[in-house]
Write a new protein. Structure first.
Length: 454
């Protein structure tokens, strides 16, 4: 029996009624990738309020690497509920915060002493990483990248690249933020080709110090090892080798934003390991606690100790329930070897996707790392014109057939896969079959409507 079971049209009547209530009660600025309302979820399955059962290839935007309602996580939360829910670590600290910090210190790459602060969200963690970097270096400037996404707070929105819907209308932004091109080889900012380019974009950082901001004014470079919202772009390894060498030369801190790439998604606990990166500071969130709000900043002990007592903190950061969930989620990832599973899923996806690419020019590029995989859709293989409307059509066809999938990319033309790593092979193939069907419909329509030349 297939996992996907559809009892109504999508969205069903109860979801439609809830959407009407939502529109009356919640601001329009809160967007939705789907029009369905969740009732329950388990593993890689999500059921809506109308009884429709979907395969979830979004995972709450990369939060459910260990799966919806992972048994160890549910048990750990229940146990903590029976003890206490909140005291504030800054008022009456508790052991689970320390245990989680110790665990993260041991997992994050780098053979040196580390310390960790726990926070509520990826954006808050990025803000604190910047605060810590500035406190340690006594420098103001931060360098970030085109197509980056780091959050929606004022500082992280300033670091984020994509204008609509994230930045437009919310100006002015934070000062001393400088942006340079990322190694997005499919759309190279310099119209060069890898590997003959010698990762020119990475070496460009030195030119930035001459033309935009002095190196001695730069506190840190903030970078995603694989672009998240920017389109799941996985750069050549040399990109990070060069960046780290330049940062060390100028005593600039290297901050890895692993909010979306962390906790097994790319085939290692952190994507930095796949690239041989040793960050001075690593930021994690999303799948850290399997759905509970939690994030972390982990870095060299001497750097993390730069802010004075009281300079870091927050009321809810490292909430006891979230800490319990995180310890159980990490145990699940390790015991079930979900990093290796991510590699298997990624290879399975790529094998299918390469065949699709041969059949349909709609697929401009297949890319990713581990189970962090994507298809970039284009209207012309030669011109690489982004196929945003076609991407939306694929998503709609998938949704109507029981597959939840998300888009990404600065041009809105990338299909990204963030399936829970506990998905079975049968479920994964079932989801890929739905995606293939949707791509076929849209690709064939694209061919039929293409202009014909005399």
């Amino acid at each position: 029996m297939p996992t996907i079971q559809l009892r109504t049209a999508i969205p069903g009547p109860r979801s439609q009624e809830l959407m009407r209530r939502r529109q009356a009660a919640v601001p329009r600025g809160v967007g939705h990738a789907t029009p369905i309302f969740a009732a329950r979820a388990e593993g890689a399955i999500l059921e809506d309020v109308d009884g429709n059962r979907f395969l979830d290839f979004a995972g709450g935007i990369g939060v459910q690497n260990a799966g919806h309602r992972a048994p160890r996580v549910v048990a750990a939360i229940r146990e903590q509920l029976d003890a206490f829910i909140h005291t504030c670590f800054s008022v009456a600290p508790y052991e689970k915060y320390i245990a989680l910090a110790e665990k993260l210190n041991s997992l994050v790459p780098g053979n040196f002493a580390k310390k960790t602060i726990l926070l509520n969200s990826g954006a808050e963690a990025i803000e604190n990483a910047v605060k810590i970097a500035r406190a340690y270096t006594h420098r103001p400037a931060i360098i970030c990248f085109e197509d980056a996404f780091h959050g929606r707070t004022m500082l992280t929105m300033s670091l984020t690249s994509k204008t609509h819907p994230y930045k437009a209308g919310f100006e002015p932004f934070a000062a001393d933020i400088y942006r340079i091109p990322y190694a997005y080889c499919y759309r190279c900012s310099y119209s060069l080709k890898y590997p003959s380019c010698d990762v020119f974009c990475a070496h460009h950082l030195e030119d930035t110090f001459k033309r935009m901001v002095a190196s001695e004014a730069v506190a840190a470079v903030v970078v995603e090892p694989v672009l998240g919202e920017g389109g799941f772009v996985a750069p050549p390894a040399e990109f990070f080798t060069v960046l780290q060498e330049i940062c060390k030369r100028h005593e600039i801190l290297f901050i890895a934003d692993e909010v979306q790439t962390g906790f097994g998604r790319t085939g290692a606990m952190f994507a930095s390991e796949r690239y041989g990166i040793t960050p001075d500071i690593l930021v994690s969130a999303k799948s850290i606690a399997a759905g509970m709000p939690l994030a972390a900043v982990t870095g060299r002990a001497e750097i993390m100790d730069a802010p004075g007592v009281g300079g870091l903190g927050g009321t809810y950061g490292g909430n006891p329930l979230a800490c319990a969930a995180a310890l159980a989620a990490i145990e699940t990832l390790e015991r079930e070897n979900l990093s290796a599973r991510a590699e298997q899923l990624g290879a399975r996806f790529e094998s299918r996707a390469r065949e699709w690419q041969k059949r349909w020019p709609l697929i401009g590029e297949v890319r990713g790392l581990g189970a962090m995989r994507a298809l970039e859709l284009v209207r012309s293989a030669d011109q690489r014109e982004p196929a945003k409307e076609e991407t939306e059509q694929v998503l709609r066809h998938c949704r109507e057939r029981g597959l939840i999938l998300l888009s990404a990319g600065s041009y809105g033309n990338v299909l990204r896969v963030l399936v829970p790593l506990v998905v079975t092979t049968e479920q994964f193939d079932e989801g890929l079959n739905v995606l293939e069907s949707a791509l076929a419909i849209v690709a064939e329509t694209q061919v039929e409507t293409a202009p014909r030349h005399a």
